[in-house]
Design a binder for this molecule. Sequence first.
Ligand SMILES: Nc1ncnc2c1ncn2[C@@H]1O[C@H](COP(=O)(O)OP(=O)(O)OP(=O)(O)O)[C@@H](O)[C@H]1O
Length: 260
Amino acid sequence: MKRLEVRSLAVDLGPSRALQGIDLSLEPGCLTALIGPNGAGKTTLLRAMAGLVRPSAGEVALNGTPIARMPASERARAIAYLPQGGGVAWPLPVAKVVALGRLPFGERPEELPAKGREAVEAALRAVALEGFESRPATSLSGGERARMLLARALATQAPVLLADEPVAALDPRHQLIVLEVLKARARAGATVVAILHDLNLAARFADRIVLLDQGKVEVSGLPETVLTEAHLGSSFGIRARVTREEAGLLVLAQGPLPDP
Ligand SMILES: Nc1ncnc2c1ncn2[C@@H]1O[C@H](COP(=O)(O)OP(=O)(O)OP(=O)(O)O)[C@@H](O)[C@H]1O
């Protein structure tokens, strides 16, 4: 089990400060949704958590060890990262693409050991892509491709899973399937962080929500603490109604607020 800590993190991208003063503790067993308006810094924060962006100040630590000091191979086994809208350039069979998730263990797709094969099969099952194993990856639809790339990240079976908009390209049924998979990973002890734009899915599935706005954490905590009409107005610029239904919080975006 790995706790991911973000301590006083700042990131500069070119001339602009993308993140500033970020302090977060991401707990094992917990699915955290990262939400915020376009350009808030969500992808930058997730990339920093994966060790893909160099902080200008502060650090990210895994069970107390700064990830910048971890060997790349160790980090790749500990943190699986699903980039936003990833693509595939070669017509590799789907099973081989998913098997690339085993590379951090030195397992090559063409000669996977039993454990690697099981991990790949379980990942394909989890995203409902059984039967796609030999299809060329380049022949998949956008949503199928997104699920294949999530399966690659799942196949690593890393204790930390960071997913950038894992359900953005998916139909409603597959959105639910994928979020249930992420939740199950968390329940099995993983630390899971997913960027979500759908506030109702965040309300329903996240144990904790972090709302980023202009490179800072505006608020973080339980869904009912974060998804308030006031926060939705001030950070997203929308007039919204939040009601509590039997299934959980329901966010109804009613209209954009005028520019401040
Ligand atoms: N390479 C770069 N150079 C300069 N600025 C950048 C660079 N990459 C991102 N930015 C800026 O940093 C800010 C944060 O970007 P980021 O992609 O993290 O936002 P986001 O919250 O993920 O947005 P979205 O919801 O649109 O995906 C944005 O203002 C973006 O324009």
